[in-house]
Design a protein around this ligand. Structure first.
Ligand code: NAD
Length: 457
């Protein structure tokens, strides 16, 4: 039997070895989910919602233990693990409050005895292949609306957050969701690939662009609903009328929170030349004040890098930038230590010939580029294949709207960053993906509109 070994990225220690699913087990679980789904869909929404409400109680009850499990397997600072779990609660509340209205049957026309209705029918059995960086958020953005709308879920958490994935499944089972309706699969990419070979009605993926492309190729011939939530190279522009200190503090948090391992981390900053130097000074000072160390320590802000191979990416981006003329303001070092560690790093004098301004860093590394004005900033913000989020810091709302309406991105921010709301759709354009989660549209994404033509005899 194959196994999955889980290591603590902060220390390199083996946490546990788990039995992994093989192709045969994946096929058996997919068949069981197919058989179980119709009975789940036939329950009244109130009953499915009661299970999700109990799940919420379980998350709240076990929060401390769930936070330390997540920190142990991902290296996320413990306070941020708690923040993620606490942030999950209003998302659950949103799904519970909105599913009925988002999926109620609609009568759209009535004439001469003929009634036309739209029903939001569940897709059936959906696959959820997920990332590790916010495992509760990205897992539950799919799992909860999928279950509420009557689907069965085959969930393949990341191999770097499997213990958390198993906890999500445990709490849902304890809350009354049948075991064959909510299925967690254990393993790496090969288990994800085996899952894609099953007859599923939707594939919901969160992860890297490279894997997203592989998944699109694997299911492209099969006409199933496909959603891909991928990476970004999220830019922010700081105008000359912004407060450099306040903007620097906010953006340093947006760039470094979760050790820079957020899909919507600030990844590039453009600053108007009139306040560039003041901004950089405040930004570097803020970053230097961030405490790095043991993720279990309450004071830690910069934790471990979850995946060891990312250290090579960060190192090569910093080397490439410096070789091309960038100035290293702080950090820049990979720590040759136990576990995976990289300093919080700030580079200035950067430009778009450098990898650090073009490719996702997904770590605590940021480039700050000086610009002459709005036109240049917009041009640079759009000089990317990605389009997840983008932001502007200015006192002038009209100016922010003018700039952000020209930027290709799924979400845009005025005087804020690195923010997700359950009430708003979460989506990317270009190489950041297709489809969306969250908002009422992210509930409807797990249904298909079925047309009813009804005439009484
Ligand atoms: P990844 O692509 O390495 O892995 C994601 C998942 O895909 C894992 O569960 C993995 O086991 C699985 N997988 C790998 N190869 C597969 C294959 N051939 N077939 C099927 N499944 C396969 O990504 P990651 O390192 O887990 O996540 C980091 C990336 O996710 C970053 O690029 C980040 O920006 C992105 N992300 C995006 C969002 C968003 O909402 N847009 C949210 C979180 C993370």
């Amino acid at each position: 039997m194959s196994t999955l070994s889980i290591h603590n990225p902060a220390t390199g220690e083996l946490v546990i070895s788990l039995p992994a699913d093989d192709a045969e087990a994946v096929a058996a679980k997919a068949a069981a989910a197919r058989a179980a789904q119709p009975a789940w869909a036939a329950l009244p929404l109130k009953q499915r919602a009661a299970c999700i409400r109990k799940f919420r109680e379980g998350v709240l009850r076990d929060l401390e233990q769930l936070a330390s499990t997540m920190t142990r397997e991902t290296g996320k600072p413990i306070k941020m693990s708690r923040n993620e779990l606490n942030g999950l609660l209003p998302r659950i509340d949103f799904f519970l409050a909105e599913t009925e209205a988002a999926t109620a049957a609609e009568t759209v026309h009535e004439e001469g005895g003929m009634r036309e209705q739209i029903e939001h029918a569940p897709l059936g059995v959906v696959a959820n292949i997920s990332a590790w960086n916010y495992p509760w958020f990205v897992g539950c953005n799919v799992i909860l609306p999928a279950l509420l709308t009557g689907n069965a879920v085959l969930y393949k958490p990341s191999e770097f957050s499997t213990l958390t994935g198993l906890e999500i499944a445990r709490l849902l089972h304890e809350a009354g969701v049948p075991r064959d309706v909510m299925v967690c699969l254990v393993g790496g990419g090969e288990v994800g690939a085996a899952l894609l070979e099953q007859k599923v009605d939707g594939v919901f993926f969160t992860g890297s662009h490279a894997t997203g492309q592989r998944i699109a190729q694997a299911v492209g011939q099969r006409f199933v609903r496909l959603q891909l939530e991928l990476g970004g190279k999220d830019p922010t522009y700081v105008c000359e009328d912004a407060d450099p200190q306040a903007a620097a503090e906010s953006l340093a948090d947006g760039a470094m929170y979760n050790t820079g391992q957020s899909c919507c981390s600030v990844e590039r900053i453009y600053v108007h030349e009139k306040i560039h130097d003041a901004f950089v000074e405040a930004f570097v000072k803020t970053v230097q004040g961030m405490k790095r160390g043991d993720p279990m320590n309450e004071e830690t802000y910069i934790g471990a890098i979850t995946r060891a191979p990312q250290l090579d990416v960060l190192e090569s981006q910093v080397e490439d930038a410096i070789a091309k003329g960038a100035v290293l303001r702080t950090g820049g070092e990979r720590r040759i230590d136990e576990g995976n560690w990289f300093d919080a790093t700030v580079l200035t004098n950067v430009d778009h010939t450098m990898e650090v301004m073009r490719e996702e860093s997904f770590g605590p590394v940021i480039g700050i580029q000086k610009v002459g004005g709005d036109e240049e900033a917009v041009k640079l913000m759009n000089d990317t294949r990605y389009g997840l989020t983008a932001g502007v810091y200015t006192r002038d709302e009209q100016r922010a709207k003018r700039i952000l309406s020209q930027v290709r991105a799924g979400s845009v921010y005025w005087n804020c960053c690195d923010r997700v709301s359950p009430r708003l759709p979460w989506s990317g354009v270009g190489d950041s993906g297709v489809g969306l989660t969250l908002s009422k549209y992210g509930i409807q994404a797990f249904t298909r509109p079925k047309a009813w033509h009804l005439r009484a005899a």
